[in-house]
Ligand binder design. Structure first.
Ligand SMILES: NC(=O)c1ccc[n+]([C@@H]2O[C@H](COP(=O)([O-])OP(=O)(O)OC[C@H]3O[C@@H](n4cnc5c(N)ncnc54)[C@H](OP(=O)(O)O)[C@@H]3O)[C@@H](O)[C@H]2O)c1
Length: 417
């Protein structure tokens, strides 16, 4: 089966390592903006895999550039691990060239000052009640096009979204008649030793965590100020951590796909030093996404900041500690109330030894490969646009155990108030 992977950053590196372990993928083309990164990775993996590896340059912002390489490669499936800015162009190119589409993050506009985009965004903010720059409406709008083309688009197969949504489908299938409350907990207990760095693409990461928080309750969104809601939680393998409520994309799809759910929240852990740095950068305007004039040229502050911060792909050797990511579900089974926590604990250094990447890239890259394998093998099939909770969770859960993200179920978890 021929696979085209677009992007060759932190997440892509792990996903491609893992695709090389899976005999389903016999030919893999790695295409990205900077071809030298694709060449270096292909060189490292040749001899360790039976898959034929090729590389190419692509500008994923350009439909023409994408179609050119897709016509050369003729992929069965395209894995998009570039940036959310490119989701729609890559989906368009997949439709044009007859390939299935897989990604790990929903569409986000790069230029949030574009008046045409802004008008749609502001209407959505009013109608739906949350102000995040990203939402599923853009990609769900491709439903009919993918159906008509007989192709599958699988959205958001990273850890969160991705595994957290599969955990939800699994909990509903095996543990509950109805799920009423979902708390998604994302804890990174890792330490990279830098005063400030982000674990994945700094631009996407800082946009996400500096935005308003929100959660789903009784059929509508409740929005909060950034970091307004804080809780403490004692994570298996990590210990006690502060965590903060964020808006997160899987809340939107789970609210649609988990019947009778009453509340869905998402919490992420942050240390005080991270928050102080972020607040300071925000206060001085360094998180700005609009261009400013500087010495005769235009620069976008957050893009300049990205150039100064450590490359997330370089954090692997220096990050120690563990992650613990999972979902606490509360609901009813056979008329009785119950709660469970399904989660994975991942060790940064073990991920580094295996793939040269830290656990954030690892916990996203492994499910990116698994989701792609589900589509490529036809285990998950059906024309249209899907989120990961819409398919049978069992083969995906088995693959998590097989490919490095084993999960556990705690049937008596401490709840979050
Ligand atoms: N669901 C989850 O759990 C989860 C978690 C973390 C991240 N993610 C998502 O995973 C994706 C990748 O994140 P990452 O940390 O790996 O980012 P990254 O390290 O910045 O890698 C992005 C890659 O995309 C390439 N790229 C960017 N713009 C491009 C363009 N116009 N044309 C072609 N290639 C382009 C970059 O090329 P250069 O090498 O030239 O810069 C780079 O290789 C993001 O969408 C992120 O939101 C999802």
């Amino acid at each position: 089966m021929k696979l085209l992977v677009i992007g060759c950053g932190g997440v892509a590196t792990v996903a491609i390592h893992k695709c090389c372990e899976n005999p389903l993928f016999t030919e893999i083309m790695i295409a990205s903006r900077t071809k030298s990164k694709c060449d270096a990775l292909a060189e490292k993996l040749r001899g360790r895999t039976s898959a034929k590896l090729t590389t190419a340059t692509v500008n994923a912002d350009s439909f023409e550039s994408l179609c050119e390489i897709m016509k050369e490669c003729k992929p069965h499936t395209v894995l998009n691990v570039a940036l959310p800015y490119q989701d729609l162009t890559i989906m368009d190119a997949c439709l044009e060239c007859g390939a299935n589409y897989v990604d790990t993050a929903n569409y986000e506009a790069e230029n949030t000052d574009d008046p045409e985009w802004r008008a749609i965004y502001e209407k959505r903010c009013k109608e739906k009640g949350f102000t995040a720059y990203f939402d599923y409406s853009w990609q769900w709008a491709y439903q009919e096009k993918f159906k008509k083309a007989g192709l599958t688009a699988l959205l958001g197969t990273g850890f969160d979204p991705g595994v957290t949504s599969v955990y939800s489908a699994y909990a509903l299938k095996h543990y509950f008649d109805e799920i009423h409350y979902i708390d998604i907990l994302d804890c990174n207990g890792g330490d990279h030793g830098y005063p400030f760095a982000t674990n994945f693409n700094p631009e996407i990461n800082l946009r996400e965590v500096s935005a308003n928080g929100s959660y789903w309750e009784n059929g509508h969104w409740v929005e909060t100020k950034p970091m307004e809601i804080k809780r403490e939680y004692d994570f298996d393998g990590v210990g006690m951590k502060d965590m903060y409520l964020l808006h997160h994309e899987e809340i939107e799809s789970l609210a649609k796909n988990i019947p009778n759910v009453k509340r869905i929240r998402f919490f992420m852990t942050f240390g005080q030093s991270y928050l102080t740095h972020m607040q300071c950068l925000q206060n001085v305007g360094m998180l700005g996404t609009s261009p400013v004039h500087f010495e005769g040229r235009e620069i976008v502050p957050i893009k300049f900041l990205k150039a100064l911060l450590p490359d997330p792909a370089s954090l692997g050797p220096r990050t120690v500690g563990k992650t613990n990511i999972g979902c606490i579900f509360r609901g009813v089974k056979d008329g009785k109330e119950k709660s469970i926590y399904i989660y994975n604990v991942c060790d940064h250094q073990e991920c580094y030894k295996e793939t040269g990447s830290q656990a954030i890239s690892y916990t996203t890259g492994v499910p990116a490969m698994i989701g792609t394998a589900m589509v490529a093998s036809g285990t998950w099939k059906g024309p249209g646009v899907f989120n990961t909770e819409e398919f049978d969770p069992d083969p995906y859960m088995d693959a998590l155990n097989k490919y490095g993200l084993p999960w556990q179920v705690n049937e008596n978890p401490v709840l979050v108030d």
